[in-house]
Ligand binder design. Sequence first.
Ligand code: NAG
Length: 535
Amino acid sequence: MSAAAIWNLLSFFFLFIFIQTRADLPGTWELLVPDAGIASMHTAVTHLNTVILLDRTNIGPTRKLLPPNRCRHDPKDPILKNDCYAHSVVLDLKTNSIRPLEILTDTWCSSGQFLPDGTLLQTGGDLDGNKKIRKFAPCEGTLCDWEELKDVELQQGRWYATNQILPDGSVIIIGGRTAPNVEFFPPKKHGAVNFPFLSQMEDNQMDNLYPYVHLLPNGHLFVFVNNRAVLYDYAANAIIKDYPVLEGGPRNYPSAGSSVMLPLTGDYSSATVVVCGGARYGAYLQRIHDSPANGSCGRIEATKPDPVWEMEDMPFARIMGDMVILPTGEVLIINGAQAGSQGYEMATDPCFHPVLYRPDQPNGLRFMTLNPGTVPRMYHSTANLLPDGRILIAGSNPHYFYNFKRAFPTELRIEAFSPEYLSADKANIRPAIVELPEKVTYGKAFEAVVTVELPVVGIIEVNMASAPFVTHSYSQGQRLVKLSVTSAIPDVVAGKYRIGFTAPPGGQVAPPGYYMVFAVNQGVPSVARWVQLVS
Ligand SMILES: *[C@@H]1O[C@H](CO)[C@@H](O)[C@H](O)[C@H]1NC(C)=O
């Protein structure tokens, strides 16, 4: 062998080692759509496997035109009185194609939630959109679009509010800027109801916007604002419990951390909430862009009589991280920055590393650092679980307009992050759902049929994940319910198993609507099927 050949072999070997080392951390990234045309500030996955991306109007041109002759004429628009650009699009996950949608009024910093029939309800925004209610009914073809309701408006303007679907399929809309009250959709006759806790928790840099709202399985709402939560009986408009202060500074807009309710399981009598990250108080007020974020998580069993926050540090300090509950029940923390606060041009030092939070591990062993991305995902970026187990990452626009020259430019690329459970070496334990009812009724028993290549012993989980409305690093209406299952029974056909499962007992555990149902074998999820949960 010549010296050159040996040299070539050696360099190949070292390159191989280098790539191996680089790929050491779990998870992989891929570019899904090179140019979505808009920077998604609000993102939601529909039960027809499309994704609604929604920005705002009145910021001038985006990079996606509306269909011909579909311009929006608005004499009050400060930038484009005749606006022929799309500010919302729908992504088809089968083809990764983007279709422009038409919104009429401003949706900036709005809120939303899927209704029981799979229609997306979107509420509020700024200026002319402040009191607007819009719906998007997903479709297979290209005919569906936003519909702005004409006969009904919000009872109070809502900007930076949080929505949560309730056990009866109605939606509660909580708070927003100068809106320390709640209202419902469909609207109630008595109008908006005061909720003074929201203004009590306001400090001189706000910190009370986009509250973290979790519907507990006892039917009450856990509402976290700034650094404290209450248990709220929305039917009686009464606070039933005050939770202790969570140390570590403010956690809501403009100091956002994020929050999830951990998967509901067992007899569904207990629910635990986790709040992670946040800006240091004053970073927003004094515009300190390099003020280090807080890297602590608080965890509390919200259904206990006298619960306390259990504290734990993340491997990275983080603001504007999204917390996504994976089909396995673990939580992915992704996107965001390590310094500054929310708002335009207010954050620095992007946090490229996602981390995995494993709730069943003991304190101190729960976090795992994952493979870093390369695209800064700062203010106005989103993360959504897809039915195939990947995480869709969209948006990032820390600027008032579309600006591709500044630091942390307006970001039009859509990426997907694949957790380690999707790696090829797990293919032989990955279940595939071959039979599952399309509709399940509360409390009733059903059967699923799955296939798995390698032998299965015991339990294959059947887990239901909601499709949340994601904005400002919080997933409104996100929940995962682990259903009670029987052991996987091998079928006569090799590799085929029958699993009995029971639908959730009621709307308090899982409000009605469409869920992604995953079979999970040894921590590896199937591709989900959408199942409608009905009474
Ligand atoms: C979070 O803030 C608290 C209170 O200032 C501080 O004690 C703690 O060390 C911080 N933790 C991290 C990980 O930043």
